[in-house]
Design a binder for this molecule. Structure first.
Ligand code: NI
Length: 162
């Protein structure tokens, strides 16, 4: 396993569309292992492959409940809406308020290509939406309704990056 370099906002690759994964081979597994290590080292709640320069629809998420590997993920159901603070490992030190569904259901494949579905709410819903946006070159800053002034934030502000 290895920690990979996280691309930041000025890198145009973050604006590209990632491709569907069709081969669930050892190369994919190595990418997933490296992405998890990179996410935990950052530390972050989620990381998409494009953020380490690989245009594949692959993301890793850990909202505190364990590692989830999301390949070819698609939102198939949403309900409610909620405004939460978001940050992104590719946009260091920038946080903003983003409106997202309160609950989402995502269909995806695991590292072996098995079809799976996950229902997420709270941070997991935010992380799923945020990572799937990365697959299409969308950053949270495109959707933020307000950016935060970090100097005026209260102590204990949750500065997790997704
Ligand atoms: Ni991000």
């Amino acid at each position: 396993m290895a920690i990979r370099n996280i691309r930041t906002e000025e890198d145009e690759i973050l604006r590209k569309h990632s491709r569907e994964v069709v081969k669930f081979d050892s190369r994919l597994h190595e990418l997933l292992d490296d992405m998890a290590e990179t996410m935990y080292a950052a530390p972050g709640v989620g990381l998409a492959a494009v953020q380490v320069g690989i245009l594949k629809r692959v993301a890793v998420i850990d909202d505190g409940e364990g590692l989830i590997e999301v390949i070819n993920g698609k939102v198939v159901e949403t309900s409610g809406s909620k405004i939460d603070i978001e940050g992104c490992l590719s946009i260091p030190e920038v946080y903003g308020r983003v409106e997202r569904p309160e609950k989402v259901v995502v269909n995806y494949q695991d590292r072996f290509g098995n079809a799976k579905a996950i229902e997420g709410e709270g941070l997991l819903a935010v992380a799923l939406c945020h990572e799937l946006d990365h697959f299409d070159g969308i950053l949270f800053s495109d959707k933020a309704i307000e950016f935060l002034d970090l100097n005026s934030m209260e102590e204990g502000f949750d500065d997790q990056q997704i």
